[in-house]
Design a protein around this ligand. Structure first.
Ligand code: SF4
Length: 210
């Protein structure tokens, strides 16, 4: 199962499958009707990766920036930026969504920025709040925070995935493997380490309703 091609008005309903970095960007975009440059690139390429085509992306971002006039949306290069992400402006490169490593190590966020990886860039209180919204319970949240504090950001993200949807994913694997996925877990590690936000999305989407 894959999300396939999605429309601009599908994005909100898919948020439950977003990893923390993208859920955070999506929620700030909704609240502020704006994202700064690196946030637009990080989230825009992620949406491209989950199957939002260029024409739908242009509608999505125009509606998301609803406090702007059409003229401002065009003149402030927001539409250009969307087209750039899809390789039809500027260098005409078919840009790929950022990996976790790229998000963690480059373009460090400053005040007012919402891009980056929450496991690395959030304060403990903000991270606990965001992780708590995934419904992993107090002890699960504490465990995830401990792993993040030790600097293992992607492991923390993977643990969050396991705590909130790992069993579902394991069942999907068992079905895909023809009924025998014993040993796929072991030691509590049921899913492969998250290396990419789109991997988190794909695994979560694939595992739903299994
Ligand atoms: Fe996003 Fe990767 Fe950080 Fe998870 S580990 S929140 S997917 S950047």
């Amino acid at each position: 199962k894959s999300a396939g091609e999605i429309r601009h008005d599908d994005v909100d309903s898919l948020e439950s499958h977003f990893p923390p970095c993208m859920r955070n960007l999506h929620q700030h975009l909704r609240a502020d009707a704006h994202l700064k440059y690196f946030g637009r690139v990080q989230f825009g390429l992620f949406l491209k990766g989950i199957g939002l085509p260029l024409e739908e992306a242009l509608v999505y971002w125009r509606k998301a920036f609803h406090r702007l006039t059409d003229d401002e949306f065009q003149k402030k290069s927001y539409a250009y930026g969307v087209r750039y992400n899809y390789g039809v402006e500027g260098k005409r490169t078919n840009w790929t969504p950022y990996s976790c490593m790229k998000i963690i190590t480059s373009n460090q966020p400053s005040a007012g920025d919402h891009h980056g990886c929450p496991f690395k860039h959030f304060s403990p209180d903000n991270l606990r709040d965001l992780v708590g919204r995934y419904g992993c319970g107090d002890s699960g949240a504490s465990e995830v925070l401990r792993i993040a504090k030790a600097g293992h950001y992607q492991v923390a993200c993977t643990r969050l995935f396991e705590l909130t949807r790992g069993e579902v994913h394991k069942q999907a694997n068992r079905i895909a493997a023809g009924g025998d996925a014993e040993g796929a877990g072991g030691g509590g590690g049921m899913v492969e380490t998250i290396e990419h936000p789109n991997q988190f999305f794909d695994m979560s989407f694939k595992g739903q309703d299994s």
